[in-house]
Ligand binder design. Structure first.
Ligand code: TXA
Ligand code: MG
Length: 310
């Protein structure tokens, strides 16, 4: 199958088939969120555990009303960050048309409006919420190019080519099902930026794994072992370096996340760098230290999961 047009992608979604679509964060494996058989095809293609809930993607804020209960905090966050890399988890509306499997049986629903122009056109054409996890085999590195999608899910997967993803990290997931807003997953919008709009701090749930199964440790992992906070090569080890800022000498290979030490640029390059250095002629991937500020927190979250998840 391989590459498909936008119109073909829309036709497939309406027919209950899966198709990989571009977003500004990562490529998503999309299906009609109101069609149980279509949603089951996502889980099958990813080899994904079926207790893991999916994000529903919509074209416009007006679509939110029928899906979830109203929430003034959600309205403020949506006004500030949609379209964009923010996902809101809200209580499901009584007659929510999204199938229960998308929520993995929870009484909440995760929703976002992506900003990628092709994704927005497609979602507007489809006119229904579209479920889409990252378009990779479960537990593997997320795709930020159509080539990554085909390498992970196979050459028969239909893909809508929207170029490389500009943000490069999954959306930030904020839980709004209780009195305190919770950070369920750090991501493409910095926590500090979200807190400034909310006027309060985000809570960090102790049992994040239960609240948001995407927080499971085994995630985002390349095949090679990962060594974090690496400042120099280890003697006798053929490691590729993911560098941030100046490049130390002596590594067997190197991929620059950001030569100037810019966290947003590093986020956009992170998964491409992990894909590029996950090579059979290397023995490991070393990663330079990355400061926690801004998007650095989300980058380090993914790197720690990838390092532990093997
Ligand atoms: O940027 C993104 O969010 C990408 C693109 C394709 O939109 N999608 C993505 O989907 O990363 P996925 O399925 O890989 O991650 C969904 C995240 C997981 O952490 C999941 O646990 C959480 O959202 N989530 C989904 N529904 C939830 C719910 N009802 N309650 C709590 N967490 C939920
Ligand atoms: Mg994922």
């Amino acid at each position: 199958m391989g590459y498909v047009t936008r119109d073909e992608a829309a036709r497939r979604l309406l027919a209950g088939d899966v198709v990989a679509i571009p977003t500004e964060t990562v490529y998503g494996l999309a299906a009609d969120a109101t069609n149980a058989a279509a949603v089951a095809r996502i889980y099958a293609a990813k080899g994904r555990p079926d207790f893991n809930p999916l994000i529903s993607h919509i074209a416009a804020p007006t679509q939110l009303a029928g899906l979830t209960l109203p929430d003034s905090r959600a309205d403020r966050l949506a006004a500030a960050f949609w379209p964009g890399p923010l996902t809101l988890v809200l209580p499901r509306a009584p007659n929510c048309p999204v199938v229960a499997a998308v929520s993995a049986g929870l009484d909440s629903l995760a929703v976002r409006i992506p900003s990628h122009p092709l994704a927005r056109e497609l979602l507007a054409m489809v006119g229904r919420p579209v479920a889409a996890p990252s378009a990779n085999r479960s537990g593997h590195v997320s795709p930020t190019t159509p080539q990554h999608v085909l390498a992970s899910l196979g050459p028969d997967m239909p893909v809508l080519d929207g170029g490389p993803c500009q943000v490069g990290l999954e959306s930030t997931v904020v839980g709004l099902t209780g009195p305190q807003p919770l950070l369920l997953r750090p991501g493409g919008i910095a926590v500090e930026t979200i807190e400034a709009v909310l006027g309060e701090r985000l809570g960090h749930p102790q049992d994040a794994k239960l609240q948001s199964p995407g927080m499971l440790l085994k995630h985002y992992a390349p095949a090679l072992p990962l060594r974090l906070d690496a400042t120099a090569p280890l003697p006798g080890l053929r490691e590729g370096l993911l560098s941030f800022g100046p490049v130390p000498a002596g590594f067997a290979a190197q991929y620059s996340l950001s030569a100037s030490g810019d966290a947003a640029e590093a986020a956009a390059n992170l998964y491409a760098g992990l894909h590029a250095l996950d090579r059979t002629d290397l023995q490991g991937i070393a990663v330079a230290p990355i400061p926690e500020a801004g998007l650095g927190a989300a980058i380090n979250d993914r790197l720690r999961r990838a390092a532990r998840g093997r």
